[in-house]
Structures are given as C-alpha cells and as structure tokens.
Ligand binder design. Sequence first.
Ligand code: FES
Length: 200
Amino acid sequence: MQQSCRRHPQTRHSYKIFKTISGNEQYPGTNNIRERTISGNEMKDLTEFIEKTFLDSKGMPGSLFYILNGIKDEFGYIPENCIPDVADRLNLSKAEVYGFITFFKDLKTETPAVHKIKVCLSESCRASGVDELAMHIKNKLKIDFGQKTADGLYSLDYVYCFGNCAASPSAMINGKIYGRLTPDMFDDIFIALTGNQSKT
Ligand code: FES
C-alpha cells in the first residue's frame, strides 16, 4: 500500500511491516524518551489514521507494529496520547503498547529532530574507526545516542549496518548514506547543515 505523508507530501511510504527496523538492542543513553501529546484537529487526524491502519491490518500478524510504524511515518513520531486508542483496538494493555514502543528504538514518542544522524556500529565500521567518529559527533552535538539536541535541530542514533560495509565507516544523515566518513568530513557536512562557517 502506498500513501503519501501528510507532513512530507513529496515522500511516499510503503507501509510494509518491519521496513524501517534497523535494530532492537538497547544502548546506553536510549532511555531518555520524552513523551509528546497532540490535541485538536491533529488528534482528530490521528484517530482517523489509527482507525484506517487498524482496518488495513486486521487479522494481519504484526498489526501492532504496522499501526505504530504507520503513525510514525505519518506524524513523524508516536504521540503519547494515541497509546490508549491503539491498545483498546488490539485488546492490549497500555503497558504492552508502551513496552513495544520502547523496545524498538525507531519508534519514538518525542517529536523528531530537524536533522537526523545515524551512525553504523556494526563490525566493519567498528574495524574502520567508527568509534572515533561517533565520539567526535557526540562531542560536537553534546548528546549521546538516542538523544536530541536541546534546540531540536539534531538527533543521534546508531544502527547495525547500512549495507555500505565496503565504504566503512558509514553514517546516514537525513536519509543519505556517507561512506569512509571521517570527523573532518562530518564537520564539513555539519557546516553545510547549519550554515555555520566555523568548524568548532
Ligand atoms: S558494517 Fe557499517 S555499513 Fe555495514
């Protein structure tokens, strides 16, 4: 099924189960989930969206993920106040739905950052110096994995392999994969993102 995202109409999403899961392991610093709620017309849109995805996924294994992933694609995150509705429809407890969200690090209840940075921590990238790169990015942004800068501009996450191992170390910045990425190269990209001419 193809649907365009209401917030990003230029993009089209294929709501396939498990399409964006890039790992399910917890990592230090990923437990700082800050919930966000919505109200008014947006809540009405959300309720209608949940109803639609619920009907689309009825009887389908993995329907909880289908609904939550659809909400994330459509709204950019999972508003905390949709959890009771999702739980009711699937005959689950709110704790079960919340536990599912916190287990998968791609499902977040906080609004997304403007610029999303993901670093590969898998073997090939590790052997090619990604730890140094990751530390450089953390120091530059002053955040850890799973966090967002206070101004909401940048988020930092890790994944396990982009399939770009031949050009390790790799990172994804706003959906684009960069290979053989060095701290200096990251600084240049960062300058381009911020418009800031200073590297420090
Ligand atoms: S190990 Fe990093 S892209 Fe494959």
